[in-house]
Design a binder for this molecule. Structure first.
Ligand SMILES: NC(=O)c1ccc[n+]([C@@H]2O[C@H](COP(=O)([O-])OP(=O)(O)OC[C@H]3O[C@@H](n4cnc5c(N)ncnc54)[C@H](O)[C@@H]3O)[C@@H](O)[C@H]2O)c1
Ligand SMILES: [Zn+2]
Length: 363
């Protein structure tokens, strides 16, 4: 049995995030230490399973491992899929001595994590993220769940993974729009916590996009995971400081929903970050000039920065009211103080938000 090669490891409390190109071939080495089990169930979607499923299965030992495939896309992050997956695990005779592995983007991570949180009252879980968003955001922090007709992520559980294994080489098959969308979260990490990182994301993204298995992408993933991990460890249940991770997301989620989910998450969040920086400037929370710096960096990354002209400011504002972050009718925002520092729980009246929205429409 070979050991995993030397690689970056970021500790997130009880578990580590492992980062290195081609680490997918060493999943078995890491899992046999972090989450050893009698049998392994890999859950992947229909895009990712044929690309990487067999390698992970080989690494874990094909005889003890099943690969369960679900349809791809957010519309399948549902209780129905949870039912199918738990029924499939039962039909295959998986017992308590099982580790579940999520191989894919955030949809598979959230759904498989929720299956792991509930199967036999909870079995060990390992994340194998294959999108940039999943590597730097959704796989770290222990939130799992599914969507319902009433909204996204409304049914779920906190269930920490035993390990997160990120192989940046898998990003070579990811469509560029998805890569850019994930990069929006890296830019967010710099904006809320680390001005030097913000600048380095701006300068290193072209190289990272060009060669996902290379050093620029590895460094970006490592630093973003460190930032997210640092925040999550202070506040795992999101009662306090973790809320700064929502910067750009109150208006961003509303825009994402109002676009009928035609905008990718990171695209909507890019627009939301520019708007929320402007909001912060108007409220006096954010140093002036910050919104322009963000706008330049996001545009440089190939992300949209204006509200699509066909969306209504009033509808976007109304959509923020249904957000989990809305408290007692007044919406709270996580805003920047400047690039590199953020504060959560800032209340903003509908009037100010509406005026920012109306000024932010693309011309
Ligand atoms: N749990 C959390 O803390 C948290 C945080 C942020 C986002 N999320 C969730 O994450 C989800 C979004 O995740 P996402 O952006 O990764 O979307 P996704 O999982 O839908 O993946 C995007 C697309 O890329 C495909 N794909 C994935 N990896 C690939 C690869 N290496 N090569 C080719 N194609 C690949 C997928 O099949 C899918 O079509 C949302 O449901 C969101 O709610 C969760
Ligand atoms: Zn996000």
């Amino acid at each position: 049995m070979s050991a995993a090669p030397a690689h970056d490891r970021i500790a997130v409390g009880s578990y580590d995030v492992h980062v290195r190109a081609a680490l997918l071939d060493h999943v078995g080495d890491i899992v046999r230490t972090a989450a050893p089990a009698h049998r392994y169930a890999i859950i992947a979607d229909a895009n990712v399973a044929p690309l990487y499923g067999a390698r992970v299965r080989e690494s874990l030992g094909a005889a003890q491992t099943e690969l369960l495939t679900i349809p791809a896309g957010e519309s399948h992050k549902t209780r129905d899929q949870w039912t199918s997956l738990t029924d499939a695990l039962l039909a295959h005779g998986f017992g308590r001595d099982t580790t579940i592995l999520a191989l894919g983007g955030g949809v598979v991570g959230d759904l498989a994590g929720f299956v792991a949180a509930t199967y036999m009252r909870g079995v060990p879980f390992v994340q194998l993220p294959t999108t940039l968003l999943a590597m730097i955001d959704s796989s770290v922090g222990g939130k799992t769940g599914v969507d319902t007709a009433a909204g996204k992520n409304l049914v779920g559980a906190f269930h920490r993974p035993r390990a997160v294994i990120a192989d940046p080489a898998t990003l070579a098959s990811l469509p560029i729009a998805q890569l850019r969308s994930g990069a929006a979260e890296a830019i967010k990490h710099g904006a809320i916590a680390d001005a030097a990182y913000f600048a380095s994301v701006d300068s290193s993204l072209p190289a990272a996009f060009d060669a996902p298995a290379g050093d620029a992408m590895r460094a970006l993933i490592v630093r973003s995971v460190q930032i997210k991990a640092g925040i999550v460890m202070l506040d795992e249940r999101e009662n306090g400081v973790r809320r700064i991770l929502n910067f750009g997301h109150t208006l961003g989620h509303a825009i994402e929903a109002e676009s009928g989910y035609r905008l990718l998450h990171g695209e909507a969040i890019a627009i939301g970050m520019v708007l929320e920086a402007r909001l912060g400037e108007r409220l006096g929370t954010t140093k002036s000039g910050t919104a322009q710096m963000l706008r330049d960096t996001l545009q440089h990354a190939g992300l949209p920065v204006d509200v699509p002209a066909h969306l209504s400011g009033a509808h976007i504002l109304a959509a923020t009211r249904g957000d989990k972050k809305a408290r007692e009718g007044v919406t709270e925002y996580a805003l920047l103080e400047k690039i590199g520092s953020a504060v959560a729980g800032i209340r903003a009246s509908g009037d100010v938000v509406l005026s920012v929205l109306e000024d932010g429409v693309g011309r």
